[in-house]
Structure formats: structure tokens, C-alpha cells
Write a protein that binds this ligand. Structure first.
Ligand code: BMA
Length: 748
């Protein structure tokens, strides 16, 4: 985003790193272990993997120019080191073709990939042509070939259906063809942030090994080598479907329109809309094999409980995964309702894994009754390696009558009903009863109530409290911060209200200091390991503590609706349950040391094209069962202290103006008490229900507490307020808004 007058960071310019080389204690180790467990083995014919003592020829320039993370606010992290795939192969002592490596090392510096500018980053890098002589020499001295293919996309940068983005380039295809002719054992490593085209796979008969190694952060090369050498058996499983071809994806025909996208596929996202796939959701091979039994199953008032046992039935140690799927009456697909990752199991070793399923997890949204209902009918549960695998029946249940589990209010009806709701629910103002001037410290000390304090605040002070200081990289916080709020004016400072600082991002702190670069979100989800995920993000919490960062703007957790979405690397999965549970673990890790997580982007931010203005047009059932569900799970399971509304519109209403999204669903139905902030900057608009109420007044009426980073530029009219709610924000609304902000600061 480049806007005259905004800070370099706000214009997407990465700022230089300062200060000492720092890695929080244990971060290097947990980042590597998360990388180890994220890698997904898709193909291993003739047990071509792991590499034993064979000599290996490594092709592909991304062995050197490895993609460690995607682009944008989630990728601008400055780690103390970045271990490339070749570095990892070398340090693991793999017997690799040094002549070939030398050729790549000589070629790459002369063909430095163009870094690009904000939103124009390269999806891929030019590939080095390999001469016949070099290929011959390599095949003469090596038994196996490894080919690294790299891709990246990001914020403001959706993938495109072109060669070099979703499709392979001619050079990449030529390289694969040459290698496939020269070697009998070919292994491909996909250094990617999300699914690409796989139609090329069947062309190469000697391609026996296929690994998605993702973008694994600073320790990437070591994690890749750990799996290549068999130091670790791969245990990653797909968090999204890999279809035969792009057009198979249920959203393929309704993605990427700059103005609006109707989610015509409804709930049929990913595996829910596909009877089969090239590599299904949940799929992942190991160097060993596992068998899972159901030891017992019982139904209680509110749960279905499964006790399972997973056994390593192979010859190598490894971690196994138990996935539990349910059939739900009325749906012709099975739904993920539980999963558990085992510890490292030696051959023959077993582990009992408990899978408690809350009955509400099999409820569906009934539009007529505006409620979540466990429908009467027959439910079956299966343990399987994908939603299509019904090998092991785990249990069944018959529900004799519909059970309403949550009464809701329709949030996609017209403006008139919304206007009534808003009118009926305007919060009453808080009267001033304490004459003595109260400070925020007095409230902290319990001398006065928060409402006593708020009652003494003027409308101007309340207004200033509801916005950030103005721009990113505030001088009042660590260099490179994303902006501050709280005591941002002399009047608010005088009241002892502290400054709260925010920083990106989900894969590491985006500050001008050395901090850990973690694996990307979808790689973390591919571990299917909640304990490890929590441990990983608690290492980022250490960085936050070390640098005094109050709020992490992450995790990003929108549903991966379509493989072209540029921010899929940051997000977790196509499945609401896996997304919600991974986010839950991440929030627990981030908040484990007192800092705040800010889950984002609420909601339906499923494409980057025209992200500030496009509208995600979604029916209510789909909205609630798929796109809001991960946020609901994370809020109910981990109480994130903040949530960020998304840039886009939802059914024509911007998220940061969406009363029903925030006050009806988030506050009223989910009981969320945390802080709601906008994404960075927001569009100006008049309220359709109250045309006199516009911009920040419209935002606060919708319940979005803080405008970040706060710039009152873009012609913002600021606040007006009166006791005339038809045309003005009321004092009660401003005070209620302040209560959420000050409660957040109190409870931080
Ligand atoms: C916006 C979004 C958010 C990010 C914020 C601050 O553009 O990308 O995800 O947290 O900027 O950098």
C-alpha cells in the first residue's frame, strides 16, 4: 500500500534490522521440530526415501534461494539466520554432487531473483538451465536426483493461473524432463505456500518421491534434511485438498472477481465439495506404517467419546495421526470432528489417544429456525486417513429429536430489521457520580470502578481512545511496530492510560530487531500437533516479551477457500475444525507469557485481489458453518484478547461496519469480551441505516472498538455525537466502546 505521507512500513517497505543477534531460548529447536512435522510425504515409490548413503544430485535454484516464508506483513521478519535447503543437505552430511552445487552457486548470484515491491513480488524465480554435460556428469556419479521447485505469494498478491505461479514454468518442466530421463530415482521437493497445479506429476515415470516441504522459516534446510535422511519420519498431513486440476476446486469458478464473489459452492469447500482428490485432505505418508483401533466408545449428555490406540506396525519409528470423521444427516460428505497426533513410536509401540467430540460439533445451522441444531437422525463416526476413508468404523449414534444448541439471529437480512435491532440495543450512558479526578491507576488499584473513570472522560477523549496514534512504526514503541493505541494524546496520558503497541506477524515479529522466523501457518496446521503448535508460538511470545510487544497481529486464520488466495500461506486449512483448533493452540502459545494475540481477519478474507473493497457474498448457513466457525472455536477454546476485522465487505457491508458480525454474533452469541480492532485503515462510508452516522461513528456503532493504525487522514470526519441516534453516535455507545478498550488494557 503506498500512500503519500504514510510511514515506510505503511508503504510496505521493509526496514533494516538493528541490535544484537537474538534467538529466544529454545526457539531454534522448536522451529526445526515444527518444520520436521510439517513436511508432507505424498509419494514414496520403491522406498526411494529416506536417502541412505547414496550420492545425490540436487537440482533447482530454490535449493539456494529457498522460500522461507510468504510475502507481506506476515513475512517481513529478520531472523539471525536462514538455513537453505542446500545448507541443510550439506550440514546433514548427505553425499551430494558438489560439482552440480557449485554450478548453481555460480549461476544464482548472477540471476538474483527480483525482490519486487509491495504486492508485486515474484511468485517464482528463473530456473537455471542444466547442460547435457552437467546432467550426464551428475547422473554418472549419483544414484538419486532431488529437484526443488519453489513458489511464494502473499498479502496483496494472489496467485494467478499462469506459468510460474499456479503452473510450472517451461524451464521447470524442461528440468524435470531432463532429470527424469537421466535418473531412475527422482525426488521432488515442493517449497510452496499452498497447492499448485499437479497435472505434471504423471508425466515423469521415474518421479518416485514427492514431498511438500512448505516454507518452514529459518531452520528450513535442517528440517528438510531431517526428513530426507530419515532422522525424522515424515508425519505431516495435508490441511487442504490437492485436486487433480484447478477447475476441480469447488470455488474455482467464483474466485478472484475484484468487486464481489458469490460463494456459490456454499459449505462445499475443499473436501466437502469433492468426491475424490489427487491428494486428499488429511493425506500424508510416513517411513513407517500405523494401525489404529477403537478401544471403546461412549456417548454422554454432551459428548461422543472415543478411546483409540495407534500402533507403529512398520520398521522405523515415527509419529502417527488419528483422524476422526463424522457423517451428519443431510450431508453427503464426512466432517472432521477430532484428531490426535501420537508421540514418537518405535516399531511395535502403541499409544492410546482420546478423542472427545462435543455434540455441538455435529450441529448444523438451520436457516429457518435461525439456530444451530443437532438434527434428529443417524450419525456414524470413522477413523480414517482422509474423509473418504471409512476403513475403521469408530461408532454411531441415533438422535431421536432435533436439539437446538444455539439460538441465533439472522445476520443476512435487510437493513430495516437491523435498524430496529440497533435502536433497541443502544447502550445507556454512564452518569458521572465521582467528582474527584480519577486516574487509570486509581482504577487499577481498585479505588474506583472503570465506569466511574469512563464517566469522567469527555467525548473528545473517548474518541481519541477509540483510534490508534496514526501511523505504523510509531516512535512510541519498538522500531518497526505496526502502530500503537491507548494513551496516545496528552489528555489520555494525563489520565495514566498506557500506550499499547502492536506488531505483526504470525510467523515472527515484524520489528527492526532480530527475531525468530517460524514455519508458515499452513505448515504448522500440517503438523496436526496442537502441543507442538502451542510450544512454537510460545517461542514467539518470548520474542514479544523480550522486545516489549503487547499485541501480536496474528494468527491469520481465514479458511483456505481457493488455492489461488495469496495469504493461504499464513492461514491454516480449508477445514473449520482444523483451522479453529490450530488457532486455539497458537493463541494459547502467544498468550502464554502475558501478551495478547489478535486473531484475524474477521471475516471472509479469502482473496487478496482488491482486498479493501471486494465483497464476499455468502449465505448465512455457509457463513456460520464454514467461515465464522474457526473464529468461534478459537474464541470459545482460547479467549484471544483481540480480534481484527477484515478489509473486505461481507454481503455488501464492510466488516469494520458490520453490526451483526460484531455485536450480534461476536458479542451477543459468542460472549466475546475482548478488543475488536480494524485492519489497517478502513474505507469511509455512511451507515445505510443512519445516514448521518458515518466513518468512525458508523464503526463504533457496529462495535469495532479501535481504528488502526488510526490515521485521521482520508477525509475522515472524526466523531460527532449527540442524543439523536438517528444522526449521531450516542455518548453511551462511545462509553461502551471505551469500556472494552480499557478492560483490555486492565486485563493485559
Ligand atoms: C494489514 C493486514 C494485516 C496486518 C496489518 C498490519 O494490511 O495485512 O494482516 O496485520 O496490515 O501490518
Amino acid at each position: 500500500m503506498s500512500e503519500a505521507g504514510l510511514s515506510p512500513l505503511a508503504q510496505g517497505i521493509s526496514l533494516p534490522v538493528e541490535g544484537e543477534k537474538y534467538n529466544s531460548p529454545g526457539s531454534i529447536d522448536v522451529i526445526r521440530r515444527a518444520g520436521d512435522e510439517a513436511i508432507v510425504l505424498l509419494k514414496n515409490d520403491d522406498e526411494v526415501l529416506p536417502i541412505k548413503d547414496e550420492r545425490v544430485a540436487v537440482f533447482g535454484r530454490c535449493q539456494i534461494n529457498t522460500f522461507f516464508v510468504g510475502y507481506g506483513s506476515g513475512g517481513d521478519v529478520k531472523p539471525t539466520r536462514k538455513v537453505s535447503i542446500l545448507d541443510g543437505i550439506k550440514s546433514a552430511g548427505i553425499n551430494y554432487d558438489t560439482e552440480l552445487a557449485r554450478a548453481y552457486k555460480a549461476w544464482c548470484p548472477d540471476h538474483i531473483p527480483d525482490e519486487g515491491t509491495w504486492g508485486k513480488w515474484p511468485f517464482s524465480f528463473p530456473e537455471m538451465p542444466v547442460s547435457d554435460e552437467l546432467m550426464q556428469a551428475a547422473s554418472d556419479s549419483c544414484e538419486k536426483a532431488v529437484v526443488v521447485i519453489g513458489r511464494a505469494a502473499g498479502e496483496d498478491r494472489d496467485n494467478t493461473l499462469t506459468k510460474g505461479s499456479f503452473f510450472l514454468t517451461d524451464e521447470e518442466e524442461a528440468l524435470l524432463e531432463k532429470v527424469d530421463k537421466a535418473f531412475e530415482n527422482v525426488i521432488v521437493l515442493l517449497n510452496i505456500g499452498g497447492p499448485i497445479d499437479f497435472t505434471w506429476l504423471k508425466k515423469y515415470s521415474n518421479l518416485k518421491g514427492l514431498l511438500i516441504v512448505w516454507q518452514l522459516g529459518q531452520e528450513m534446510g535442517h528440517a528438510v534434511a531431517d526428513v530426507l535422511t530419515g532422522r525424522v519420519s515424515p508425519s505431516g498431513h495435508l490441511a487442504q485438498t490437492i485436486a487433480e486440476k484447478y477447475d476441480d476446486y469447488p470455488s474455482a469458478a467464483h474466485f478472484g472477481d475484484p468487486d464481489s464473489n458469490e460463494y456459490k459452492e456454499g459449505v462445499r469447500v475443499g473436501y466437502r465439495g469433492l468426491k475424490e482428490a489427487l491428494f486428499p485432505f488429511g493425506y500424508g505418508l510416513s517411513y513407517t506404517t500405523f494401525d489404529t483401533q477403537v478401544l471403546d466408545y461412549k456417548e454422554t449428555a454432551h459428548t461422543f467419546e472415543f478411546r483409540t490406540e495407534i500402533t507403529n506396525t512398520g520398521k522405523r519409528s515415527g509419529k502417527g495421526l488419528v483422524q476422526l470423521y463424522a457423517t451428519i444427516p443431510g450431508y453427503d460428505f464426512r466432517t472432521l470432528v477430532g484428531y490426535g497426533k501420537s508421540d514418537e513410536l518405535a516399531p511395535g509401540e502403541s499409544e492410546v489417544i482420546l478423542l472427545p467430540v462435543k455434540k455441538v460439533q455435529v450441529s448444523i445451522y438451520d436457516t429457518d429456525s435461525e439456530s444451530f441444531v443437532i438434527q434428529k437422525g443417524f450419525y456414524e463416526f470413522f477413523i480414517g486417513d482422509t474423509p473418504y476413508d471409512t476403513t475403521v468404523k469408530a461408532g454411531q449414534a441415533t438422535v431421536t429429536d432435533d436439539i437446538v444448541v444455539q439460538k441465533c439471529e439472522s445476520i443476512t437480512e435487510g437493513s430495516e430489521k437491523l435498524k430496529e435491532r440497533i435502536h433497541d440495543r443502544l447502550p445507556a450512558p454512564v452518569e458521572t457520580i465521582v467528582q474527584e479526578q480519577i486516574s487509570f491507576d486509581d482504577v487499577r488499584a481498585g479505588k474506583y470502578s472503570l465506569d466511574d473513570f469512563i464517566a469522567q472522560m469527555t467525548p473528545a477523549e473517548l474518541s481519541d481512545l477509540s483510534r490508534g496514534e496514526g501511523d505504523m512504526d510509531s516512535p512510541n514503541a519498538i522500531k518497526g511496530n505496526a502502530g500503537v493505541f491507548g494513551g496516545i494524546t496528552p489528555a489520555l496520558k494525563k489520565k495514566d492510560i498506557p500506550i499499547i503497541n502492536t506488531s505483526d506477524g504470525p510467523s515472527g515479529l515484524r520489528v527492526c530487531r532480530y527475531s525468530s522466523l517460524l514455519p508458515i501457518g499452513t505448515a504448522v496446521a500440517s503438523t496436526w500437533n496442537r502441543r507442538l503448535t502451542e510450544e512454537l508460538y510460545s517461542s514467539e511470545a518470548d520474542d514479544m516479551k523480550h522486545y516489549g510487544v503487547d499485541v501480536l497481529l496474528g494468527p491469520g486464520m481465514n479458511i483456505q477457500r481457493n488455492p489461488l488466495c495469496g495469504r493461504n500461506f499464513e492461514y491454516y486449512s480449508e477445514d473449520p475444525y482444523l483451522s479453529g483448533m490450530t488457532a486455539t493452540a497458537a493463541v494459547r502459545g502467544i498468550q502464554s507469557k502475558g501478551a495478547a494475540a489478535c486473531i484475524k481477519h474477521f471475516a471472509c478474507n479469502n482473496q487478496e485481489t482488491n482486498r479493501y473493497r471486494n465483497s464476499s457474498d455468502v449465505d448465512e448457513k455457509t457463513l456460520r458453518e464454514i467461515y465464522l466457525k474457526p473464529f468461534e472455536i478459537a474464541i470459545r477454546e482460547s479467549s484471544p484478547k483481540c480480534i481484527m476485522t477484515s478489509y473486505n465487505q461481507i454481503n455488501g457491508v464492510w466488516a469494520h461496519y458490520n453490526y451483526d458480525l460484531v455485536k450480534t454474533v461476536l458479542r451477543k452469541e459468542w460472549g466475546y469480551e475482548g478488543l475488536v480492532m480494524t485492519d489497517w485503515w478502513m474505507q469511509l462510508a455512511d451507515s445505510p441505516e443512519f445516514p448521518g452516522v458515518k466513518n468512525n461513528a458508523y464503526r463504533i456503532r457496529a462495535g469495532v472498538n479501535i481504528l488502526m493504525p488510526g490515521a485521521l487522514t482520508r477525509g475522515d470526519v472524526g466523531f460527532v455525537h449527540d442524543s439523536d441516534p438517528e444522526n449521531y453516535l450516542t455518548l453511551g455507545e462511545l462509553q461502551e466502546n471505551a469500556r472494552y478498550i480499557l478492560n483490555f488494557i486492565l486485563l493485559r
